[in-house]
Design a protein around this ligand. Structure first.
Ligand SMILES: C[C@H](O)[C@H](O)[C@@H](O)C(=O)CO
Ligand SMILES: [Mn+2]
Length: 422
C-alpha cells in the first residue's frame, strides 16, 4: 500500500517547486475539486440498456471484447458505478441513455419511456451525490429505417423519433428539477448514407424541422439544455452524415444551444482542441465527449495522451470551463468495465490538473509582449515538474486510493462480485 506520509512529503516538495514559478498548488487543488466529469453509463454493459437488452447494437458503432462480469440489470450497474466512484477522486456526473429506463417489469416501447422510468436513477444519484445528464437513444431499434431517424423521408418514421426526443427532454428536465442543477440532454443520431446521396440538403432540412419540433415545448433552462453531437461518418454510413460537425455548429448557434464535440469523431491528424475557442468565441456553450480515437471513432478508454492534454489545456488556458461540461464517451468490452471508468475519468482529471499547473497569466503576458522565448522555455521546463505528486495528494485528500492501490481494490471487486455473475 502507498505510504501516505511519503505522498505528503512529495507533495510538499512539489508545492515549493511550483511556487517558484508562481503556481499555487493549493488553489489548483481547490479548483480541480469543483470540476465534475460526466461518465458514460453505457461503458458498464456494452450499451445494452434495460429496455431492449437483446437488441442488436446499431448506429455504426460497436463494442468489442468479452471481458467477463458486465452488468446485467440496474442493481449490478449501480453497484459497479458505486465501486468506480470509490476509486475516482471528487464528485462526478453520469450520462444515462434512454434505453437505461427502469420500467419495473412493465413492457414499454422506447417512445413511451418517460420521467417515471428514471426514478430508480434519480434516487440512486441523490443518495450518492451524482448529477445526471441524458442522451435520447436513436439507435438499436427496428424503428430506424435505412439508417434514418429524424431526417427520414417518411413522416411516420420522423414522427416516431420526434416523440422519443420529446420524451427525452422531459426526462432531462426531471433530472434538473430534482437535482437542482442543469442536466445536459445530448442528441446524437446516426442518420446517413453508405453511398453518395443525390441531395445532401433535403435530409438536413428535414432534420432541422424535426429538431425544431422536438424543441417546441418550453422547459426551464435551469433544469435542462440540449446539446448536439456531430460526426464525420459511421460504419455503414461512410459517404454522408446528415448531422455533420458544421451542421450542428450552426444549429446550436442559431438555436442558442450547446454543441457537443466528441473528440473521437475527428481524425487523429486534426487537433480538436482548436475547435473549442473557435466555437465558444460565438457559442453559448459546449458539451464534450472525451474518448480516445485510435484510427477514428474507436471509443477506446481515454488515456492521458497528447490529444487529451491539449483539449484540457485549451479549456483551462482560455478559461472555457464556465461554458463547457466535460463528458466522456467510451465502450470497451475487452477490459474490466469498472476499471475502464476509473482509468478514463482519472486520466481526464489528470489532464485537467496538468493544464492548471502552469503560470497561465504570466505566460499570456509574455505572449502579449512577444516574448516567445520565455513562453517556450517555461512550457518545456514545466513538462518535467513534479505533477504526479500533486495528483497523488489530490487522491489522498479525497480518500481514494493513490497510484496502483486502486487497482488492487478493483481486483477484489472483480473476484468477489463481477466474476461471480457468470
Ligand atoms: C452511445 C453514444 O450515444 C454514442 O457513443 C455517441 O455519443 C457517439 O459518439 C457515436 O459515435
Ligand atoms: Mn459521443
Amino acid at each position: 500500500m502507498v505510504n501516505a506520509k511519503a505522498v505528503e512529503a512529495a507533495y510538499q516538495v512539489a508545492k515549493e517547486r511550483y511556487a517558484e514559478v508562481g503556481v499555487d498548488t493549493e488553489a489548483v487543488l481547490d479548483k480541480l475539486q469543483t470540476i465534475r466529469v460526466s461518465l458514460p453509463c453505457w461503458q458498464g454493459d456494452d450499451i445494452h440498456g434495460f429496455l431492449t437488452p437483446d437488441a442488436k447494437l446499431t448506429g455504426g458503432i460497436g463494442v468489442s471484447g468479452d471481458f467477463p462480469g458486465g452488468a446485467r440489470n440496474p442493481e449490478e450497474l449501480t453497484s459497479d458505478l458505486d465501486e468506480a466512484f470509490k476509486l475516482i477522486p471528487g464528485k462526478q456526473r453520469l450520462q444515462l441513455h434512454q434505453i437505461y429506463a427502469v420500467t419495473n417489469g412493465k413492457k414499454k416501447d422506447l417512445s413511451e419511456v418517460g420521467p417515471e422510468d428514471f426514478k430508480y436513477w434519480v434516487d440512486w444519484a441523490k443518495e450518492n451525490g451524482v448529477l445526471l445528464d441524458f442522451n435520447p437513444t436513436f439507435f438499436s431499434s427496428p424503428k430506424v429505417k435505412e439508417n434514418m431517424t429524424l431526417s427520414s423521408p417518411e413522416k411516420s418514421v420522423r414522427d416516431y423519433w420526434i416523440q422519443v426526443g420529446r420524451n427525452g427532454r422531459k426526462i432531462s428536465n426531471y433530472f434538473g428539477e430534482t437535482q437542482g442543477v442543469q442536466s445536459i440532454d445530448n442528441f446524437w443520431i446516426m442518420d446517413g448514407m453508405k453511398d453518395e446521396p443525390i441531395s445532401r440538403l433535403d435530409p438536413r432540412e428535414r432534420l432541422i424541422e424535426s429538431l425544431d419540433e422536438i424543441n417546441k415545448e418550453k422547459f426551464d433552462e435551469k433544469n435542462t439544455i440540449e446539446s448536439y453531437e456531430g460526426k464525420l461518418f459511421g460504419t455503414g454510413v461512410e459517404s454522408y452524415t446528415v448531422g455533420s460537425h458544421l451542421f450542428y455548429n450552426n444549429y446550436a448557434l442559431t438555436r442558442n444551444k450547446l454543441w457537443c464535440m466528441d473528440i473521437g469523431h475527428f481524425h487523429e491528424a486534426v487537433d480538436p482542441s482548436d475547435y473549442l475557442s473557435s466555437f465558444l468565441a460565438f457559442g453559448r456553450g459546449m458539451f464534450l465527449h472525451v474518448t480516445r480515437p485510435v484510427h477514428w471513432d474507436s471509443d477506446h478508454v481515454p488515456a492521458m495522451n497528447d490529444m487529451l492534454i491539449r483539449v484540457m489545456r485549451a479549456l483551462i488556458r482560455d478559461n472555457l470551463l464556465n461554458k463547457t461540461t466535460i463528458g466522456l464517451d467510451f465502450f470497451d468490452g475487452s477490459i474490466n468495465r469498472v476499471a475502464a471508468w476509473v482509468i478514463g475519468t482519472r486520466s481526464a482529471q489528470k489532464g485537467l490538473l496538468l493544464g492548471m499547473l502552469a503560470p497561465i497569466d504570466e505566460l499570456k503576458e509574455a505572449e502579449r509582449n512577444y516574448d516567445f522565448t520565455l513562453r517556450l522555455a517555461e512550457t518545456e521546463e514545466l513538462k518535467s515538474f513534479p505533477f504526479g505528486a500533486v495528483w497523488d495528494e489530490f487522491c489522498l485528500r479525497n480518500n481514494v486510493p493513490v497510484g496502483m492501490d486502486w487497482f488492487k481494490e478493483l481486483k477484489n471487486y472483480e473476484a468477489n462480485v463481477q466474476l461471480k455473475r457468470n
